[in-house]
Design a protein around this ligand. Sequence first.
Ligand code: AMP
Ligand code: ZN
Length: 492
Amino acid sequence: MIKFFNTLSGRKEEFQPLVPGEVKLYTCGPTVYDYAHIGNFRAYIFEDLLKRFLLFMGYTLTHVMNITDVDDKTIRGAAAQGISLSAFTDTYIKAFFEDIRTLRIAPADHYPKATEHIPEMVAMVKGLVQKGYAYKRDESYYFSIAKFPEYGKLSKINIEELQSGQRVDADEYEKESVHDFALWKAKKEGEPFWQTEIGAGRPGWHIECSAMSSKYLGETFDIHCGGVDNIFPHHENEIAQSEALSGKPFVRYWLHCHHLIVDGEKMSKSKGNQFTLRDLLARNVDPLALRFLLMSTHYRKTLNFTFEALCQAESSLQRIKDFEYELRTRSFGEGKSQAAAKLINQTKERFIQGLSDDLNISASLTALYDLIKEANILMSENRLLRSDAEGILNLLCSLDDVLAVFPAPEGGMIEKAVLDSLAADKGPGLAINIPLSDEVLQKIVLRHRARAERDFRLADEIRHHLLKQGIALEDTRQGVRWKTIPAKKQPG
Ligand code: AMP
Ligand code: ZN
């Protein structure tokens, strides 16, 4: 049984999607006014873990992540640079997609942009006015929180303090100023606007997510995620807008991750402790070690980022990679053992049990570390056999579908004809599409020549040498297939 802590009910609940076996997931995406920082990635990686785990458990899943490309912050940023909104946001949208690839975050099925869904938002505002939940003031439209008695059910704000009738125009505001919030903001001098049936203006931030989630996932869907800062006002307002209009429950499970702080302090640009992924890459941080660190603290605990913790994450990850390398490269006796079969089953079971309990990643990682410990003992006693090693490698590979911390295996085929030409020194032009360094390619060619001359000892030596560098070769009839594998860290 899978259980998640639902912010709405305030307790852990058994997870049952609306349609058995099919999950509909919406996660609040980036506001593209800057490069995403590691706090944002904490949220996206928590969501990625959730999604990968559900896929691992056999669910099919539709994932929608919006791109907020019009709101107070993006408009301010574009104006400050004196460029159009889309020219401004394009930079950060591209960067966002590059960053998630670097961090092995699985792509969503849809990335709707707010600016491409204005008609859907206008239709919602109109519907809310017709139903009496929204009203117009000075060409802007507001949601009347007094008309929605359940307002506050997600964030548990004190309804007594509701300041109904007073209005707030900003997209973000504190709990202390609970007001009727803007659905549609009237055109302002110098701001981008859309000419629509409800007048000239632009959407408020909250209506964006309500309109785009229902378009792609329906009026009621299974899981909605974000960081805790999204609970109020953003998600509270999404619920009000969506449920007022549809008369149906909006989301069944609300999951929120706690914040990432740096060296015990809230991240902020002014303190100089706000890091983007790019800042860390410039310091030669391994992005998958960062992913491992961001993932390995339970999502409902505050994550304190320090460079020391990053080093620790790197060495924990290296331990797993070294173990994998050992299994791949060591020679084993033929056969299969009972002890290893049991170990493999138990590990998989414990890994699943951990994540099934509200994504308790620590329990799942402990299962993995225990596997390494036990298997190392078997290896040291020469009791691990070839099929056992293969079984464990398969298990690691399938657990990595969830964790995604091993470097994505890259590889390719170098055709025999290409190798022949390169070996005959017909020029490097042929190798233009082979993503390998010259040095590695030269070794492969040297080996090809050695094999042609039946110098198998040299050929084997070269193969071993490349393996140590993390490149595995396999000879096939068409040519040589190569694959990068996690390399063992050299001591020191
Ligand atoms: P934004 O681009 O500001 O709309 O935020 C994108 C996502 O990152 C949202 O789900 C936020 O809740 C989340 N987020 C922002 N700051 C942090 C942080 N310091 N720690 C964890 N999540 C955060
Ligand atoms: Zn949102």
